[in-house]
Structures are given as structure tokens and as C-alpha cells.
Design a protein around this ligand. Sequence first.
Ligand code: FVH
Length: 300
Amino acid sequence: MTMIHSRPDTVSVIGLGDMGTALANTFLKAGYPTTVWNRTARKANALVNKGAQRAASVAEAISASEVVVVCVLDYAVMQEILHAAEDILPGRLLVNLTNGTPQQARKTAAWAAACGAEYLDGGIMATPSMIGQPEAFILYSGSAVAFDAGQAILNTLGGSQYLGADAGLASLYDLSLLSGMYGLFAGFLHATALVGTEKVEARAFTPMLTSWLKVMLQVLPNLAEQIDTGRYDGAVESNLSMQAAAYHNILQASREQGLDPGLMTPLKTLMDQRLAEGYGTDDLSGLIPLIRKPTMYHTS
Ligand code: FVH
């Protein structure tokens, strides 16, 4: 079995979509010998012109480098691609930056260990154009040996944060951060649609929304304190009864203005349930016990 060098300096990138291409470009710019493979081979052309080696197969890509970075659409694709080449994996440092769930990550870590590879699961907290820039950060979990060995090369992509030996942690944090982001985007879409019913342009409204959200972000540490202590009635300035009444107006106004309130209704359902249980003096954090005991949403 090939042993991983303490400072590996060759890298292969498997998957050259928008993100994989950005990763490979960044490794190349940092001076690392970079081998690339993609199902649609022409996507490698520009990288090859900049000095990347083109691998004719996944197996060739894995054989070419000590560090193998995989960034494809999803875990099903990742498994399909790598399982065919598992004989070559022993001694490689496999870094999977494909988006997936904690369970998928843990399963893949067990499979990689059985193959004799060191495995790191990663969550990219950046868009492709941010890769290699100071604002990009990437979450890693899994083999500490792999992280120590790969850190120098991985740091070229952005800030690296190692979360622990449980391979599922990077994905857990990644999806939690994305949950916050999509909640924000859902609110943004509904807000612009609502104000837009009176011909207010999103461009004109967004600066006001941004200012409001900046102020509201300051509420989060207090809600976090309530969540961690389980004291949902602590330091409440805006109790749930009041918030539910105002929230009801968002839904009613949306309907009156001819909109579909669907993006906003799930939160009202939880508020009503919590109120029915007698917790009207709690803060919004009081919805946490309902989220932790899911009974309403069973499907995707
Ligand atoms: N782009 C982003 O903003 C986000 C940022 C955070 C991380 N995500 C995750 O990164 C993974 C890849 O995302 P991407 O942006 O590169 O995605 P695409 O540009 O759509 O490229 C998809 C690649 O997957 C290959 N692929 C798809 N199906 C197959 C298959 N059956 N067999 C082999 N390869 C396949 C595809 O190949 P091709 O279509 O070019 O031949 C691309 O290489 C993803 O998990 C994001 O959630 C990105």
C-alpha cells in the first residue's frame, strides 16, 4: 500500500463542473501539479491549456496524485465513479467535496477506510468565483491524519476548518448553514413579491430590507441563549402571541394582494401549535421543541 506523504503535493480533481473547475484552477495557480478528469472531457480543455494533466479515466486520475479531490453533482454520482476504481484507492488521500448528508458521508468514510484510503468529507461554503479568495471557507471532517497531511494543499482553496473525526460533521454544518441561507432567501423572495404587488421594484426595496435584516441579525445570540438553556421565555421582548398575530397579517395580506403565501405558511403552523400548547409568552425559540419532534413533515 502507498503511504501518504506528510506534505503531499500532487492533486487530482475529479468532476469539472463550475465548482470542480474553480478548484482545479486554484490548485494550478498555487503551483501544484494537477490532474483532471470529467465525464464530459471537453470541460478539461481550458485547464489542460493552463498546464493540467488530462486523465483518460477515473482510475488514471486517482493513480496520478496523492490527493484526490472529488466534486460532482451528488453522492450517487460520486459512488458510481469511485466504486469502479476502488482497487487504486489504497494510500490515497480522498477528499470528497460533493454536497451530501451526514449519513452519506459516514457511509462513504466506512467504504473508503475499507478500501485503504484516508478520507475527508468536506462542505464548501463558497461559490465557484470565491474559491481561493479570503472569504471562502471549507469545512472538513473525517480522518485527522488526512487533514493534517492535506491541510497545506487544501488551504489554497480558502480557510479550512476541521470539525472532528466523525465524517458526517462537515455535511451537518454545511446543511445547517445552507438552512439559514435558504430561510433568508425564502424570506427575501416573499418580501420582494409582496412589496412588488404595488409595483415597488426589488432593486429599490432591497437596501431597506438589508438594513432591517442587519438589525435583526443582532437578535440571534439571544435566541441562541434561549435554545441552549431551554428557557424559551427568557428575556422576551416580542412574545409568540404577538408575533403570531403579526405573522397572520403577512399571510392574509399576501392573499389579499394576490400572492401564494406558501413559502411563509409552515412557520405559522408551528406558531399556532405552540400557542395551542399554551406557550404564548415564549419567544420564537419556543418553536424548537416542535422542530425536534417532527410530526407534521414526513416527506422530502
Ligand atoms: N456551484 C456552487 O455554487 C456550489 C457551492 C457549494 C458546493 N456545491 C456543490 O459542489 C458540487 C458540484 O457543484 P458544481 O457547481 O460543480 O455543479 P455542476 O456545474 O452542475 O457540475 C456537476 C458535475 O458533476 C458531474 N456529473 C453529473 N452527473 C454525472 C454522472 N452521471 N457521471 C459522471 N459525472 C457526472 C458533471 O459532469 P459533466 O456533466 O460535466 O459531464 C460535473 O462535473 C455539488 O455537490 C454542489 O452541491 C457547489
